[in-house]
Design a protein around this ligand. Sequence first.
Ligand code: ADP
Ligand code: MG
Length: 242
Amino acid sequence: MNAVELSRVNKWYGDFHVLRDVDLTVARGERIVICGPSGSGKSTLIRCINRLEEHQAGKIAVEGTELTGDARSVEAVRRRVGMVFQQFNLFPHLTILENCTLALTQVKRMPKAQAEEIAMAYLTRVRIPDQARKFPGQLSGGQQQRVAIARALSLSPEIMLFDEPTSALDMEMVKEVLDIMVELAGEGMTMLCVTHEMGFARQVADRVIFMDAGQIVEAAKPADFFTNPQHERTRTFLGQVL
Ligand code: ADP
Ligand code: MG
């Protein structure tokens, strides 16, 4: 079974056709990097995969479950798919530890002590267990993004989605977040990452996807993608980001 399957997915915002016949199959354990110009539909694409956005035509299946309007399929996908956003999206009024235990205690109905044990294990993995009692506003951007990753991992997702996780960070903090993502990739996590960090793409991606105007224009192994892009639009884009 594949982790994610999209076939002829189309989506509109009002009259605006944002995703155009997108086909994509992601195998379990595969690591995909998605790049492309601003406004090309990258965020929309990955937000459709965990049903933060709804597609209007075509099919999306996650771990064999087709995403339809019904609440059960939405809940099923949310349990299996973790997401990390550009702006961290932590709850500012909750401590770091509470941010990481909230879904475990509220959604999974886990006892608090057990949830805290799990959350602390992931905070340790992202190397900030000592920040657990602080609030998000007291942490650097890089630390907050690592909390966001720990929070997502606490729910034991099978697939992780990243939407430009380092774009809001000062340059010196980019590496501390990418290092965690590289580790996750090494552990076999299925990952779809929207990022323009092309060094990361070369290092971990099994496939790099280039999107433009709501379409997947090109998808290739990093070696081919960077050395021998097939499409003029890909070449132009690479000329700008490399
Ligand atoms: P990307 O992540 O590649 O920059 P997005 O998926 O965020 O692209 O957006 C693609 C296009 O859809 C953009 O033109 C954007 O303005 C538009 N768009 C995104 N979200 C909405 C929305 N909720 N309503 C209307 N238009 C939107
Ligand atoms: Mg985006």
